[in-house]
Design a protein around this ligand. Sequence first.
Ligand code: ATP
Length: 323
Amino acid sequence: MKVSLNNVTKTYDLKGSPAVNNISFTVEHGEILSLLGPSGCGKTTTLRLLAGFEALDSGFIYFDEKLIASANLTLPPEERNIGMVFQDYALFPHLNVFENITFGIRDKKIKQQECERLLRLINLTGLEKRYPHELSGGQQQRIALARALSTKPSLILMDEPFSNLDTSLKKQMRDEIKRIVKDSGVSAVMVTHDPEDALVMADKIIIMKNGVIEQQGLPHELYKRPATEFVARFLGEANILDISSFKETATGKVVLRPEDICLSKEGIYEGVVEKSQYLGNRVEVALLYQNQTILAKVPNTLVVENGQRISFSINWDSVYFLN
Ligand code: ATP
């Protein structure tokens, strides 16, 4: 299903500024879209508008060609054919896996078969009789997703689905959840404040700030060609530099990622090492160059000392001009 938001605005407190301010985007059929941004930027509000938990002030939301929300219309959640996965999974603690997964399935005759199909999809065949407290965090999360998929929704909404998982499990679950969503062919919108979640999972990312969309696009587009300093810094470490300190004829600000700097004898620029940090798989070096500090991430074989003069070069193909 295709989801379209056209100029959607939502204000909770009429004296305050809108939580979501005139936003427009589309989720194509089968696409995973991530709403990404800092706390309070309006991600959850956008998800709640899509779910039908909130009414919008102005604008339109369409599911395919069907209008489901406008200033005069809020189609109730149960009529939207959506599935939801919450941050805390919200499994029913007194129901076992079978009962949790098949909770929303009305036709009793297909419950067994559907439960088996979904357990196969999430790689948890055989766990029907377990209770939520007998499952790991990652297993609970997959059960929550299976439950959300059990009613064959056209759209899955996920609110910070990885925030309760430790780093290694989170990495594994991103792959797993992406595979499950893609295998089931459903469209999905995922809210996260973690850029890595969005970069790994999403086909398309919407970066929000103060209720508005700062930029939307493909993950690598946003990382390589950020429209603003905010986007550049939100998606990873970035040196925002004056180009004139490298090329005298040019003016403007550029985004230079720390991995696009090479410390080598052949480098045509020279800086002074302010500090360096050994991080196992790499070394991070802060270089002072023309009164600005530049962060470089270089191979872990490099040994440098504070105060040392060092030549460096820049991969200009990767440098991006900010407007
Ligand atoms: P977080 O990552 O912290 O969940 P968010 O990006 O999801 O943040 P929202 O929850 O959408 O942000 O909140 C956007 C703005 O709307 C915030 O300023 C918030 O204080 C306000 N807000 C959210 N829910 C309500 C509510 N029910 N009543 C009044 N204001 C609200």
